[in-house]
Design a protein around this ligand. Structure first.
Ligand SMILES: NC(=O)c1ccc[n+]([C@@H]2O[C@H](COP(=O)([O-])OP(=O)(O)OC[C@H]3O[C@@H](n4cnc5c(N)ncnc54)[C@H](OP(=O)(O)O)[C@@H]3O)[C@@H](O)[C@H]2O)c1
Length: 246
């Protein structure tokens, strides 16, 4: 029997790397894609040591060229279908910098919104044709309601959520599963400049993501308490919301 074939886009992300560590507990074929071959190769080398029975390949790719993204998805699925695609890349901008420098806002919108959506669209088409597979995209609780402290990043993540909703609707009558993961603040390099208290351990986020993908859950908060927190934040009346420094 062939090994499950898993593609990770943004595979040098700490959350993605910890998902990969869980996946290689069984023998799998992993294809790790990153913008920097050195960084993604380092992750691949570690995973090979952890799982000699797995096959781990590292690839460098363009993350903002639609043609290159389409060609990558075709190339990776040409010989053998992919069972799981996890789209994990992202970057937390400084909100104030995005307000004063539109090129930073543009970069943040592209890397957190446009790029993940293009990768998802490229793989969704292949999975739809095959009628099988699980496509998982990492959004964020920041996409649930625009807040003054991070609304450019939040807008990009909100776009990912709206895109995933549409894709889930399109594929609802197929066997293809589309999973949106919304982590709360998690201890990774992305948050290393923030106070560390209250951040979820990255291992915990990874466990929840791998479980959600195995079950094909449509939307998961990681950890689950963020479902309740964001439900309250989403429903706060504007008069109260505007008084909060969040
Ligand atoms: N950590 C949190 O608190 C948190 C909360 C909610 C959602 N998330 C989301 O979770 C996902 C994983 O984040 P993480 O916490 O694991 O962060 P991380 O360890 O800092 O990883 C970020 C990843 O994104 C890649 N990346 C950054 N800018 C890029 C660009 N311009 N083009 C292509 N790739 C780029 C990085 O590549 P390099 O290694 O080459 O730099 C790396 O693979 C992201 O989508 C993030 O938005 C994280």
């Amino acid at each position: 029997m062939s090994k499950p074939r898993i593609v990770i886009i943004g595979a040098s992300s700490a959350i993605a790397e910890h998902c990969a560590r869980l996946w290689v507990r069984a023998a799998v074929e992993l294809i790790l894609v990153g913008r920097d071959l050195v960084r993604v190769s380092r992750v691949a080398a570690d995973l090979r040591v952890r799982s000699p029975h797995s096959t781990v390949t590292a690839l460098e790719a363009s993350f903002n060229d639609p043609g290159a993204i389409a060609r990558l998805a075709s190339a990776l699925t040409a010989e053998r279908p992919v069972d799981v695609v996890l789209i994990a890349h992202g970057s937390l901008p400084v909100q104030k910098d995005c307000e004063s420098d539109l090129s930073m806002a543009c970069d943040a919108l592209e890397v957190n919104g446009v790029s993940p959506v293009l990768f998802a669209e490229a793989f969704a088409g292949v999975m739809e044709t095959r009628g099988k597979g699980t496509l998982a995209v990492i959004g964020s609780v920041a996409g649930d309601r625009g807040r003054k402290t991070n609304y450019v990043y939040g807008a990009a993540k909100g776009m990912v959520e709206r895109y995933v909703q549409g894709l889930q609707h399109r594929l609802a009558n197929s066997a293809v599963k589309v999973v949106l993961i919304k982590p709360g603040p998690t201890a990774t390099p992305m948050t290393s400049h923030l106070p560390q208290h209250g951040l979820a351990p990255v291992e915990q986020a990874a466990r929840r993501i791998v479980e959600a993908i195995a079950q094909g859950q449509p939307v998961v908060y990681a950890p689950v308490k963020w479902w309740l927190i964001m439900m309250v934040i989403r429903h706060l009346p504007r008069a109260i919301f505007n008084k909060l420094n969040i």
